[in-house]
Design a protein around this ligand. Structure first.
Ligand code: AVI
Length: 321
């Protein structure tokens, strides 16, 4: 990451931590979980049997790759633009099918982390050397703005993993609107949305017995300790998950198990916690077709098709402008 970008991230982190921990009730944004350690913990979460989202999306791509290829393919080829590419494990199912069937396409993964993009490029060179790949480092919207200038051929913008679920509805509409603005008529958006289901299945996915999700959530506090010279004692906080079946919102909290004061030296700040006081850290929204249709409509997009797994736990939708 470039030095000026790094400084911008650090000051954004510092000011949001200050704002969230001096508010009532306290909160922190889940986007800050993802440093090097947080990225690794999220990879571990995706391998947990209880975290059904990954396997469901894997199955959907495997089962429907031919139909998806038919939707995406265009006479003069297409650009497959992936936001938040990660390790590309799921995407490779589709990439392999497109290569095996000699479909004309270029793959453009976008990620904020150059490290993730370098690893992805290396693994593609080994596993699928025929894929024409161009990595794009930057925030989604800066890169999307650039990409919206590509008007020569069809764009398929892909967002896997139900990442939209980490946004409240207003921010989700904003996110979709920004994508819509980058699209031209005929372009497509292909996006994963985790679905409402048995609340116990959802709670189990975000409250695994091995403690990986707890460590992932607590990485926020660890990061504040590391980067802002704080003295959070992680053993004095408890990971807590709730799910509201009425709204479809899963929420993660960190709960102070005793009355305590934490010093954040880089901010010159002491934060007091009452016993059992909470910090809200993440939402993981669950959807149904009506809500997805409403979000799309608000963002100026048309829902045209969806694909699901055998249990209907998860859906990948296709939208057009
Ligand atoms: C990245 N995001 C879609 C994950 C989710 O399911 O909300 C993050 C996560 N949080 C806890 N486990 C996984």
């Amino acid at each position: 990451m470039k030095k000026d970008t790094q400084t911008k991230h650090n000051s954004e982190f510092a000011s949001e931590v200050q704002e969230g921990l001096t508010a009532f009730p306290k909160y922190l944004s889940s986007k800050f979980i993802y440093d090097k350690k947080g990225d690794k913990l999220f990879q571990d979460i995706m391998n947990l049997p209880d975290y059904y989202l990954t396997n469901c999306e894997f199955d959907i791509l495997e089962k429907h790759k031919a139909a998806l290829s038919d939707y995406f393919n265009a006479e003069s080829g297409f650009d497959l633009i992936e936001l938040g590419a990660g390790d590309g494990k799921k995407t490779k199912i589709l990439l392999k099918y497109l290569i095996d069937n000699k479909i004309d396409f270029k793959y453009l993964p976008i990620d904020i982390s150059q490290n993730i993009l370098d690893n992805l490029e290396d693994s593609l060179a080994r596993e699928l050397p025929k894929v024409n790949v161009e990595t794009l480092q930057g925030s989604y919207f800066d890169v999307l703005k650039e990409v919206s200038q590509y008007k020569l051929r069809k764009k398929v913008i892909m967002v896997l993993g139900s990442n939209i679920g980490n946004l409240n509805h207003d921010s989700a509409i904003e996110f979709l609107k920004n994508i819509q603005i980058a699209m031209n008529p005929g372009d497509m958006l292909f996006m994963g949305f985790d679905q409402k289901k048995n609340p116990q299945t959802i709670l189990d996915a975000y409250n695994d017995q091995t403690g990986v999700t707890e460590a992932f959530n607590k990485n926020l506090l660890e990061r504040i300790n590391r980067e802002l010279e704080a003295d959070f004692n992680l053993n004095k906080f408890k990971h807590w998950e709730t799910y509201n079946p009425e709204t479809g919102t899963a929420k993660s909290f960190l709960i102070s198990t005793e009355e305590q004061t934490v010093a954040i030296n880089a901010l010159n700040l002491n934060i007091s916690f009452k016993s059992w006081e909470s910090i809200h850290t993440e939402i993981s929204q669950k959807y149904d077709d009506e809500v997805v249709d409403w979000l799309a409509d608000q963002a100026g997009l048309k829902l045209i098709e969806y694909f699901t797994d055998d249990q209907h736990f998860y859906k990948n939708y296709i939208f057009e402008k």
